[in-house]
Design a binder for this molecule. Structure first.
Ligand SMILES: [Mg+2]
Ligand SMILES: [Zn+2]
Length: 190
């Protein structure tokens, strides 16, 4: 049976925006995130993280650290009886220095490759799905994938609203205080 998904950005939406997470100590979960993911679990939504991690291509971090961070994220959620259905990330960047990852790809947001990867892994009810993130790029990702995008005010959100959004034709379908409020708005039936 098809299920709707909430595609959730990572840095600035799930955890504190700290620039590159180049050490596990820089991964700090935002308040309310486990409860929010649990709410999605209970309501039958797939909770899927989609994140650009160009630090890998740039040599600021590596795959091992990415997996360490995601293991910590999943452990922190599990403690609160919440779980993600998937984590999809893009390690690439065209200007990277690590040859394996230094390239144009089709998965760096706002390109839709990560959502397509998720669609191959799950039977997703796309018309009922959303992207939630703190950058206008996340809204653009949503619209390129033909779904609705919610901008949150955590992470880069406030600055994006002030400086980037006015120059964009793209409009978020909703602006929410944080991930919890975004998910509440989704569950209210929008
Ligand atoms: Mg972000
Ligand atoms: Zn990529």
């Amino acid at each position: 049976m098809k299920r709707p998904a909430v595609f959730i950005d990572r840095d600035g939406t799930i955890n504190e925006q700290m620039g590159y997470i180049n050490h596990i100590s820089r991964f700090v979960l935002l308040p309310g995130v486990p409860e929010t993911v649990r709410l999605l679990n209970e309501k039958g939504f797939l909770a899927i993280v989609v994140t650009n991690q160009a630090g890998v291509a740039r040599g600021y971090s590596n795959m091992e650290l990415i997996h360490e961070v995601h293991a910590l994220l999943e452990k922190s959620l599990k403690k609160e009886k919440a779980s993600l259905d998937g984590i999809f990330f893009c390690p690439h960047h065209p200007l990277g220095v690590v040859p394996e990852y230094a390239r144009e790809c089709d998965c760096r947001k706002p390109k839709t490759g990560l959502i397509e990867q998720a669609q191959r892994a799950f039977d997703i009810d796309m018309p009922r799905s959303f992207v939630v993130g703190d950058r206008c790029n996340d809204v653009e990702l949503a619209h390129r994938a033909g779904i609705r995008g919610i901008l949150v005010k955590t992470g880069y959100g406030m600055g994006e609203i002030e400086h980037v959004l006015p120059k964009k034709r793209e409009r978020p379908d909703h602006i929410a205080q944080d991930l919890l409020h975004a998910v509440r708005w989704i569950l209210e039936g929008n």
